[in-house]
Ligand binder design. Structure first.
Ligand SMILES: *[C@@H]1O[C@H](CO)[C@@H](O)[C@H](O)[C@H]1NC(C)=O
Ligand SMILES: *[C@@H]1O[C@H](CO)[C@@H](O)[C@H](O)[C@H]1NC(C)=O
Ligand SMILES: *[C@@H]1O[C@H](CO)[C@@H](O)[C@H](O)[C@H]1NC(C)=O
Ligand SMILES: *[C@@H]1O[C@H](CO)[C@@H](O)[C@H](O)[C@H]1NC(C)=O
Ligand SMILES: *[C@@H]1O[C@H](CO)[C@@H](O)[C@H](O)[C@H]1NC(C)=O
Length: 470
């Protein structure tokens, strides 16, 4: 109650003082999240109705750049799945300003937040993910096309809430299945621009991390990764590489293959097993059964592996299910009949859209002179660099692009941040050394360097000032 009164007074004060909240929706201002450290930047969260008749509404979280937000661009971030939360993922465990603490009830500052380089917008997409919902349950049967269409409407209506950003430079970013969402959205925005005589989206770049681009190429890369990292035997690895034909691979019936191939794949999956984090094979795992109990008992559960809290996903679920957190975020306004989870349990997402080949879309984006970066955490086995690197090279070949930066190391703080190459001055492939599928999660500093370079239109540094000869 006291808190509520305080928030209200603060809002009124901000409005009266006109503290540059001009052009920002006061009702969406997040005054303070439970257990949040004090910060100088503003956060907003709320709903944008994308279809009033069906009652379909997408939830967003927007965070201002830490300094000079008026001079910084806008970056949209989407997580993948399909069906996973951009707010639980990107915003609160990867690149946003806060991470959950080990008590599941408070937050700590992420000093490597991408909001140091840009204003950040996270959206729960499609409806049915996180706090986005529809009053029409058949809307939960959806796919790539409807997702992109809703996001186009979302962007137009979000700009009505935040008119200051309409002409701002816009960067489209995401990871994993957002390898579908982001290029498809970029094409939808470009098509809108082509038909619009007035407003046009000011798209300045597209960056996708460990993206699903071509299922029948990205899937075999997983087994090649297992094999090259000693996670499966030579026999099993060679059988898969020689006996499996992944050409007809689909999510629904993964491998309509020979028995030899199917047996080898089953064996590989069994050997790798449940005790490895497939999204980062060098990290230790968290034991959810232990952690969830301890959180209820108000214990601190942080479990650290190579400097990373590997139990963050459990702390996040606990935090987002606190009613006071949902209230502070203006979330869950229709009192959804299920609890918050990182990936949706209500969505009936197309199991064939995963097969869509995204490379022709990337080609069209690049033909519009928009830079595209494909980056890859090199410890990920789910969408490993082995597939992405080849697909990017083939795309460059298709575009008849020359190599404009030869494949080589890029540097950050005197160490190799990863390896990178560039084609035709527009298409970049970069790995992030020691990073997970969720690149900023395990390598926050290298990831921020990569993102800052991307939004500033700079190449990654190919040298370091520190000499190895001393
Ligand atoms: C959905 O249903 C709720 C409850 O009936 C209603 O308040 C709301 O206006 C409807 N539409 C949207 C977009 O939420
Ligand atoms: C599996 O492959 C066989 C032989 O190539 C083909 O006849 C059959 O239709 C395929 N089944 C599916 C579900 O794709
Ligand atoms: C929404 O609120 C209801 C009622 O408080 C709660 O039971 C449910 O878990 C919440 N759902 C989500 C997705 O936050
Ligand atoms: C899920 O989608 C498929 C086809 O897209 C449809 O046939 C099926 O009825 C849907 N299931 C539910 C529970 O809505
Ligand atoms: C680094 O990049 C610059 C500018 O693109 C180039 O001139 C130089 O040769 C590169 N150095 C190395 C070591 O690749």
């Amino acid at each position: 109650m006291g808190n509520c009164w305080f928030s209200w007074v603060l809002v009124v004060l901000l409005v009266l003082l006109g503290v540059s909240v001009k052009g920002y929706p006061v009702e969406d201002l997040v005054v303070k999240l439970p257990g949040q450290p004090k910060v100088e930047f503003r956060q907003y969260a709320g709903y944008v109705d994308v279809d009033v008749k069906a009652g379909r509404s997408l939830f967003y979280y927007f965070v201002e750049a830490e300094s000079q937000p008026d001079k910084k661009p806008l970056a949209l971030w989407l997580n993948g799945g399909p069906g996973c939360s951009s707010i639980g993922g990107g915003a609160f465990t990867e690149l946003g300003p806060f991470y959950p603490k080990g008590d599941g009830r408070s937050l700590r500052k992420n000093s490597m937040s991408w909001s140091r380089a840009s204003n950040l917008l996270f959206v729960e997409s499609p409806a049915g993910v996180g706090w986005s919902y529809s009053n029409t349950s058949s809307d939960y049967t959806c796919g790539d096309a409807s997702t992109a269409k809703d996001m186009l409407v979302f962007m137009l209506k979000w700009y009505e809430k935040f008119p200051d950003f309409k002409s701002r430079e816009l960067f489209l970013t995401g990871e994993s299945y957002a390898g579908h969402y982001i290029p498809q959205l970029a094409i939808a925005l470009l098509d809108y621009n082509a038909h619009s005589t007035g407003f046009k989206f000011n798209i300045k770049g597209v960056a996708i991390g460990n993206p699903l681009l071509r299922l029948d190429r990205d899937v075999p890369a997983t087994y090649e990764f297992f094999w090259s990292h000693g996670m499966i035997s030579d026999e099993v690895g060679l059988t898969i590489m020689n006996k499996c034909d992944f050409d007809d691979y689909v999510f629904a019936s993964p491998h309509n293959q020979t028995d030899t191939c199917n047996n080898a794949i089953n064996e590989a999956n069994n050997i790798v097993g449940a005790y490895i984090n497939n999204y980062d094979v060098i990290l230790d795992i968290c034991y959810p059964s232990i952690v969830e109990q301890e959180l209820r008992l108000r214990k601190v559960v942080t479990s650290i592996s190579v400097g990373i809290d590997v139990c963050m996903s459990i702390e996040r679920r606990f935090y987002f299910n606190l009613p006071e957190v949902q209230n502070a975020l203006h979330a869950n306004r229709t009192k959804l009949p299920y609890s918050w989870s990182m990936c949706s349990g209500v969505l009936n997402y197309s199991d064939t859209d995963g097969n869509i080949n995204i490379l022709p879309l990337l080609k069209r984006i690049i033909q519009n002179r928009i830079p595209v970066w494909v980056f890859s955490g090199d410890q990920d086995s789910v969408v490993p660099l082995l597939g992405s690197r080849t697909l990017v090279r083939e795309l460059a070949h298709d575009l008849k692009f020359k190599v404009t930066v030869p494949y080589g190391a890029w540097f950050h703080k005197g160490q190799v941040g990863g390896w990178a190459t560039e084609y035709g001055n527009l298409l970049t492939f970069a790995t992030v050394r020691g990073a997970a599928h969720m690149v900023p999660y395990a390598q926050p500093s290298r990831a921020l360097h990569l993102f800052s370079s991307f939004v500033r239109g700079r190449r990654l540094p190919n040298t370091t000032r520190i000499s190895i000869d001393g």
